[in-house]
Design a protein around this ligand. Structure first.
Ligand code: AMP
Ligand code: MG
Length: 413
């Protein structure tokens, strides 16, 4: 059976990121958050847009105040008041100053701002009590960004800081990659949707809802395709339909060795190429990965385990990074592991890479991992609530004692 890291390498090698013109669209700034930039952005505006004051104070000519001190203050005549947003009208001559406020445009003639706290005002005169440094508190046009140069590179996710940068430089139309389409299917005769009255023996389909949320968090577009019966013909039709609509198909259930587990044979009957049949992980051993189409970007099919905990673990460990890589992110799509101190002992049978779910917290700059209370059993879906990490016990390791270090896969964002 494949190891988790071999499976991860195979899966990521199957993913060809979005990269053609057809994979892009234009969105405006309010629709751009969480999207991936498809081409570098260049603005036509310098930042700052003009020389302006970094302080409330007085705009002066440095030569007028360079030698002043509390004992020997400089006295300047105030010839203008310049609030932010106003174009100054006068030129500052020797012996003159302008009252200026933070962000306001520097008047011609002045080259330095003296902060208010180092001055005293007497009617239309200002007494400068300390010599500033040359050009102090002036933010010069274009210091932080020069118009026409690259502002942001392609392949990054636009989040609040990038949106601020784009807004400030008036880049309001952004070329981004389309969101990968991820089709979601649940397989199982026993399944019903959460809104239906439950008949004896039925099981509520939670996987499709959890996967919907996970796909959205990965900035992809989920397509809810429903529940499919454990019947080869029905499954074949549903999968054939899914692969025509999506970049990635996620089904759950039907990939184990049970009497009703038909997913793998259906994938093969549809011409799918199977790359992974099972992975040595716990939970999550049954995992089928297939591709359809041998063009440059095949449709990627993940047959996830039916078991709800196993389905989510398989998503976090193998699917999320594939979706992120597909989405056009230039880097940072790999799973993120951090080192943490286990707050309780963690156990495994040592036979497969084992994931213990729980909470990762940073305390005084050190990560700590607290396993979720209740049974760590792949049938226990309920104690998944509020977790944000999967502690990893590698093959061969049966125990990590409380206080020892453990690798934790960060999940949930
Ligand atoms: P399977 O791999 O299809 O045999 O499913 C394993 C277990 O997971 C069974 O108990 C199923 O009832 C359960 N299961 C399968 N699919 C889902 C689903 N979509 N939501 C919740 N539980 C499921
Ligand atoms: Mg099933």
């Amino acid at each position: 059976m494949l190891s988790a890291s071999d499976a991860e390498a195979i899966i990521l090698s199957l993913v060809q990121p979005l990269n053609t013109e057809q994979d892009t669209e234009f969105v405006d700034l309010l629709a751009a958050s969480d999207r991936i930039l498809a081409s570098p952005v260049t603005s036509q505006l310098d930042f700052p847009h003009w020389d302006n004051s970094a302080m409330d104070g007085y705009a002066v000519r440095y030569e007028d105040v360079q030698d002043c001190s509390e004992e020997k203050p400089a006295v300047l005549e105030i010839v203008a008041e310049i609030p932010a947003g106003v174009q100054p009208q006068s030129t500052i001559q020797s012996g003159q100053a302008a009252r200026i406020l933070t962000g306001a445009v520097m008047p011609a003639g002045a080259d330095t701002v003296v902060m208010q706290e180092r001055t005293r005002r007497e009617e239309n005169r200002v007494i400068i009590l300390a010599a500033p440094k040359p050009q102090e508190f002036v933010r010069h046009q274009g210091t932080y960004y020069k118009a026409g140069t690259q502002l942001l590179p392609a392949g990054i996710r636009l989040q609040a800081p990038e949106i601020a940068v784009l807004a400030a430089t008036q880049c309001t139309q952004l070329k981004v990659f389309r969101r990968p389409r991820v089709a979601l299917l649940s397989t199982g005769n026993e399944l019903v949707t959460p809104d239906k009255p439950l008949q004896p023996g039925q099981i509520v389909d939670s996987n499709r809802y959890a996967l919907f949320a996970l796909v959205k968090q990965s900035a992809a577009q989920p397509l809810m395709l429903g529940i499919v019966k454990d019947e080869p013909e029905a499954l074949k039709q549903a999968i054939a339909d899914a692969i025509t609509q999506a970049d990635v198909v996620l089904s759950s259930g039907g990939v184990s060795v049970g009497d009703y587990d038909y997913v793998e044979q259906v994938l093969e009957s549809l011409g799918g190429k199977i790359h992974v049949r099972a992975v040595a992980t716990k939970p999550g051993k049954p995992l089928t990965v297939a591709t359809f189409g041998n063009d440059t970007r095949p449709v990627l099919y993940f047959g996830l385990p039916g078991n709800p905990v196993a389905a989510l673990v398989a998503f976090w460990r193998f699917v999320q990074s594939a979706i992120k890589k597909l989405s056009g992110l230039a880097e940072g799509w790999e799973p993120t592991f951090v080192k943490a101190l286990a707050r309780q002992e963690l156990r495994s049978d040592g036979k497969r890479e084992t994931y213990v779910w729980g909470q990762l917290r940073a305390l005084d700059g050190v990560y700590e991992f607290q396993p979720a209370g209740g049974l760590q059993n792949s049938g226990n879906l309920i104690n998944l609530a509020q977790i944000n990490g999967l502690a990893v016990l590698p093959v061969g390791q049966t125990l990590i004692c409380a206080g020892e270090q453990v690798q934790v896969l960060q999940v949930g964002s």
